[in-house]
Design a binder for this molecule. Structure first.
Ligand code: V47
Ligand code: SF4
Length: 365
């Protein structure tokens, strides 16, 4: 490998001799001037796990309400009830959203929304029942630790009981949102009304304990320092050591349009790729690193397949959260579009289900 930075060389040696990287090693990865060397290293780590495979899923996003009592500073999506543009899907609306794509072989419904005080537990259970009825072959990946905390708060039920009931109604997996940056300083500055790092970690540990796998995310590119990013990764790695319940890690590039932080510049392509690469190397107990094309843009997400990422998420249609914050990527991609992006990168497109089972029709030769 052509690595020019001696500090990076030492970290590479440590990584490939099977030693775990520590805080200082992770900082070296983030700060090395040898960007190409970092990419080589992360790519090698990715190839050793997945070869040339690049995963994607045929999925549909459902954002049932943008009314949210938390009003995080970085969120352009949320509204107060009664504001222009505020919406909440009725069960009939959800039925329509699902039936209008009835002809597509959708494998996963990804569903999250705001904390809308008008919605009770019954609404959430009914949503799950309805999706299961209309899409019996799709996995329901829904809600985050934030919604579980809300449901526990309005019902007085424990998190265990909330999970048990949602699971019974059809919940099979949870996305990785709500973690933001697992840090008290950033919590206070950007999302003080939302659960903090300790509660997020506690709830996710409980969810994993109930046999529901989840993803994990990190929202980067706002007020956080590189040190705070690394500490976030280390907290996730520590929890994964205990539970093994995380499936993929997804770094989320902050989009500032229509937020009080709109003066902040977008993340740079180099920072996006660096963050993917550092995640691949530090999260040695995570199988998958996702390049979320909605936030990175299709071309950078494709390039990220050479910086440690092995998954491009899915077809989506129609993404709302990042597009309200100024994302210029399309609101969805066709399966052919995703396959094309992967093939043009010289990788092998593998259609997967929510648990990274490979779909028979797409099996790699
Ligand atoms: O938690 C909110 C983030 C998350 C903005 O698990 C923003 O497969 C950028 O978690 N700019 C929700 N990001 C999305 C999410 C996700 C997405 C795709 C796949 C998966 C998965 C999970 O979006 C929120 C928050 O961190 N977010 N506002 C913004 N302005
Ligand atoms: Fe609400 Fe989530 Fe937006 Fe925060 S990020 S305001 S919790 S919808």
């Amino acid at each position: 490998m052509r690595i020019t930075d001696p500090g990076l060389k030492a970290v590479a040696h440590k990584y490939f001799s099977g030693e775990r990287l520590d805080f200082q090693d992770a900082m070296t990865l983030y700060e090395t001037p040898d960007f190409n060397g970092l990419g080589l290293l992360a790519h090698e780590a990715r190839v050793r796990r997945h070869g040339r495979k690049a995963f994607f899923i045929h999925n549909q996003h459902l954002n049932y309400s943008n009314v949210c009592r938390n009003r995080c500073v970085f969120c352009a999506y949320a509204k107060n009830a009664g504001d222009p543009g505020a919406y909440t899907f009725s069960l009939e609306d959800v039925r329509n959203q699902l039936t209008c794509r009835a002809g597509e072989p959708i494998r996963e419904i990804h569903m999250v929304g705001g904390l809308n005080p008008a919605l009770d537990f019954d609404y959430f259970e009914s949503l799950l029942h309805l999706i299961r009825e209309l899409r019996p072959e799709a996995t329901i990946k829904a809600f985050t630790a934030v919604e579980l905390d809300y449901l526990s708060g309005i019902t007085g039920l424990s998190i265990e009981k909330v999970v048990e009931r949602l699971k019974k109604a059809g919940l099979a997996m949870m996305p990785g949102g709500g973690a933001e940056v697992l840090n008290d300083r950033i919590h206070k500055a950007l999302f003080p009304r939302k659960i903090n790092k300790d509660r997020w970690l506690e709830i996710i540990e409980t969810v994993h304990g109930q046999g529901i796998p989840t993803n994990a995310t990190m929202l980067y590119g706002h007020l956080e320092t590189l040190e705070e990013r690394v500490l976030h990764l280390l907290l996730l790695r520590e929890l994964q050591d205990r539970t093994g319940g995380f499936s993929a890690f997804i770094p989320l590039a902050f989009h500032s349009a229509n937020t009080p932080l709109s003066h902040l510049p977008p993340t740079s392509g180099v920072d996006d790729l660096r963050t993917i690469a550092v995640s691949r190397l530090v999260l040695d107990n995570f199988d998958h690193i996702k390049a979320y094309w909605v936030m990175l843009g299709e071309k950078l997400a494709q390039t990220a397949l050479f910086f440690g990422a092995d998954d491009m998420d899915g077809t989506i249609v129609e993404e709302r959260i990042t597009h309200t914050a100024g994302a210029t990527s399309p609101k969805g991609l066709s399966r052919e579009g995703l396959e094309h992006l992967i093939e043009r990168a010289g990788m092998l497109p593998v259609e997967r289900d929510s648990f990274y089972g490979e779909m028979a029709s797409m099996e790699v030769q």
